[in-house]
Design a protein around this ligand. Sequence first.
Ligand SMILES: NC(=O)c1ccc[n+]([C@@H]2O[C@H](COP(=O)([O-])OP(=O)(O)OC[C@H]3O[C@@H](n4cnc5c(N)ncnc54)[C@H](O)[C@@H]3O)[C@@H](O)[C@H]2O)c1
Length: 253
Amino acid sequence: MSTNSQSTGARLSGKTAIVTGAARGQGASHAGRLAAEGARVLACDVLDDLGEAEAAGLRKAGLDVTYLHLDVISPGGWARAVAVARDRFGRLDVLVNNAGIIHVNPLLDERVEDWNATLAVNTTGPLLGIQAAVPLMRESGGGSIVNVSSVFGIVGAVGYVAYCASKAALVALTKTAALELAADGIRVNAICPGGVSTPMNEHEKEGGIVPQTPMGRRAHVREISGTVAYLASDDSSFTTGTEMVIDGGFLAH
Ligand SMILES: NC(=O)c1ccc[n+]([C@@H]2O[C@H](COP(=O)([O-])OP(=O)(O)OC[C@H]3O[C@@H](n4cnc5c(N)ncnc54)[C@H](O)[C@@H]3O)[C@@H](O)[C@H]2O)c1
């Protein structure tokens, strides 16, 4: 369980949130942090046993977190998730599009199936999420959408062609969505983490990008969740269409 209750404030009191990819890693931490800030959270994933256990642990810690099965590439799944938010909370204020997948292939060996699968989860998933969430957000008087991109959405990385393309597209999607939704009071931002210690990279060879990271380590998940909570909250009320880099200095070279 990611008891990630660093904040003592309640910046998200009265707000509701959907977090995808929330069974483990950063998403679990974001769900816990948003709940610790006062939000009621629907934590969504396809790893149902893990997700249920994580949410149960957070509830035991006094947080309002409910697990829900959601495959982000399923429009029907998104419709169900938003319907649950409507039925249970009557509103939706925050969407964190965090679910993501990665694989490694040299450029010339990249298989179209792998490419398509990566773009489906990392880019199309957030698009479907935004399309499903916006009507209820509008009814709720506005909202904040946080798309989890990566430093690899800004620079290239050898062997990660699909991942880089999917995360760069997500930054472009974020900016377009921010333009189209500003009039509705819906802010849309991306975050671009550098290396973060999660199951996604636990088997990565040679410490991944740690050697190129001035701070010489990966982030702890809670070091990313603070930025997500900031972007979700009214503390960032004039921030939209931007990408916030959280990378221990990786891109400062
Ligand atoms: N770990 C890093 O170094 C790093 C760096 C930058 C960005 N990111 C991004 O952060 C996000 C979170 O990744 P993480 O590091 O916590 O990795 P992770 O693998 O631990 O978590 C990803 C979660 O997404 C879920 N998921 C995958 N496909 C899904 C689908 N179709 N529908 C719903 N859920 C699905 C997984 O089950 C998992 O729980 C991802 O978007 C990832 O690309 C990770």
